[in-house]
Design a protein around this ligand. Structure first.
Ligand code: IDP
Ligand code: MG
Length: 141
């Protein structure tokens, strides 16, 4: 069965949304295989977001993702990679539909331009493998 990597980002943890997010996963029938509270380091984030390191807003991502503890995990289920992306909603909460996590729990970016969107999910089978191994080691694959 397919696995994907997810994060409940520091805003999701500090706003008390952990239970809401995990509840949605369980209601959908996904199995939580790994779940760990972590403090992300800049080094880990540069690997995790390797495709975005050169973007002008990368410092904002780093500041956001290191702003407090986050919850990293692995979930398992049929077509879980694309299903979890659909459940998360669009990257920018201003575009995220109601019923999605970002559409229900996140706001449009403010003047600072930071996009605080509560959750992460791997965007492909290749990313899922890379991210699961990066955060939990290849035993978790
Ligand atoms: P995703 O999280 O929906 O896969 P990505 O494009 O992979 O979106 O971006 C990773 C994260 O970086 C986003 O979830 C968001 O928190 C942040 N981000 C993306 N684009 C911007 C931007 O233009 N300004 C500030 N932060 C951004
Ligand atoms: Mg992404």
């Amino acid at each position: 069965m397919e696995k994907t990597f997810f994060i409940i980002k520091p805003d999701g943890v500090s706003r008390g949304l952990v239970g809401h997010v995990l509840h949605r996963m369980e209601r959908r029938g996904f199995v939580i295989e790994r779940l760990e509270m972590r403090q992300a380091t800049p080094e880990l984030l540069r690997e995790h977001y390797a495709a975005l390191v050169d973007k002008p807003f990368f410092p904002k991502i780093e500041e956001y993702m290191t702003s407090g503890p986050l919850l990293a995990g692995v979930i398992k289920g049929n077509r879980v990679i694309s299903s979890w992306r659909t459940m998360m909603g669009a990257t920018n909460p201003k575009d995220a539909l109601p019923g999605t996590i970002r559409g229900d729990y996140a706001q449009a970016p403010g003047d600072s331009g930071g996009i605080f969107n509560v959750v992460h999910g791997s965007d492909s089978a290749e990313s899922a493998k890379k991210e699961i191994a990066l955060w939990f080691g290849s035993d978790a694959l």
